[in-house]
Design a protein around this ligand. Structure first.
Ligand code: GLV
Length: 331
């Protein structure tokens, strides 16, 4: 039987290629300095049996109409909003992701942004570069402390849990959360209180978004919501830029409807260098580095490979998003 071929759509930690090759699969890699064009991706995907994909690959309806032959997609990310899972399911293709391994790294970025915004760190750093640090300023550049404040978590999954743990341990913050379902573990471990979405946005001093991007969450944090936040509130988003409306966020900050914002994800990505958010004192923006630690990225590569290998060895996919496809394949 010819070797099954796996296309890895960017150069990722070498462990993935090693594992796939050791398991008897043939690996082809795209070594370009960025994602492939959609056209290139389709041409190359047609020549392989499986795809190890990244978030920048657009696996949409058109893609699946061209590549219904694929055996499995192993996404190198926890988020999979770049994949039309419904179309993959129709084509009978299992899709997997890489949860858990990046929770610590991503929560660290949310935690760091929260502190950076509360003390205007990015802005103050820039003032030194601009030669504006002249003397001690008793009344300028004041932030506020986080101890005892209320942290609101939108999306109490694995990453939200780590953020809650960090904030409880470091600042003894009161934790409230809103989620599709209650999270008894967060309630037990951190005394987190489940609240309605309306209560979450009204009572949070820091509102941190850890949800997926879906039809329900797309553009959810808009002017209507910002208006209901406390004028002292900090908005943090480390999930997907599509969850907030960026023009509304800029307007809300300009009008003083909220106090500050920390973003690791923007809308669109990359953010343009002349975006007004980058010059605002109470704002900190990072270029989507949530999972960018050696540990997280190595773990993501390992799990993405494991999902593909396991599929070929046993028909099982540990982190399958559309598990019903596996059931159908087995029956
Ligand atoms: C990164 O953004 C991920 O979804 O893993």
């Amino acid at each position: 039987m010819p070797l099954k071929k796996v296309l890895i759509t960017r150069i990722i930690p070498a462990i993935a290629k090693t594992m796939l090759t050791d398991a008897g699969l043939e690996v082809v890699e795209w070594s370009g300095d960025g994602p492939m064009s959609q056209q290139e991706l389709i041409v190359r995907a047609k020549q392989v049996n499986a795809l190890l994909s990244l978030g920048a690959d657009k696996l949409d309806k058109h893609f699946f109409s061209q590549c219904p032959h694929l055996d499995i997609i192993g996404q190198f990310a926890v988020g999979y909003d770049n994949i039309d899972v419904e179309e993959a399911t129709k084509a009978g293709i299992p899709v997997s992701n890489t949860p858990d391994v990046l929770s610590e790294a991503t929560a660290d970025v949310a935690f760091g942004l929260m502190i950076a915004v509360s003390r205007k760190m990015f802005y103050n750093h820039k003032t030194i570069i601009r030669g504006e640090w002249k003397q001690f300023e008793p009344l300028k550049n004041l932030g506020f402390q986080l101890s005892g404040k209320t942290l609101g978590i939108f999306g109490m999954g694995r990453i939200g849990m780590v953020m809650a743990k960090r904030c409880k341990g470091a600042f003894d913050m009161d934790i409230i959360y809103h989620n599709r379902s209650r999270n008894p573990e967060a309630e037990k471990l951190f005394g987190a209180k489940y609240v309605s979405f309306e209560k979450l946005i009204r009572e949070s001093d820091v509102l941190s978004v850890h949800s997926v991007l879906s039809d329900e969450t797309r553009g959810l944090f808009n002017m209507d919501v910002f208006r209901q936040l406390k004028p002292t509130a900090i908005f943090i988003n480390t999930s997907r830029g599509g969850v907030h409306n960026e023009a509304d966020l800029i307007e809300a900050l300009n009008q003083g409807l909220i106090w500050g914002a920390g973003l690791d994800v923007t809308n669109p990505e990359p953010m343009k260098p002349d975006n007004p958010l980058l010059e605002m004192p109470n704002v900190a923006v990072l270029p989507h580095i949530g999972s960018a630690t050696v540990e997280a990225r190595t773990g993501m590569a390992r799990i993405a490979a494991e999902n593909i290998i396991s599929f070929y060895q046993s028909g099982e996919v540990p982190n399958c998003i559309n598990r019903q496809v596996l059931e159908v394949r087995k029956s």
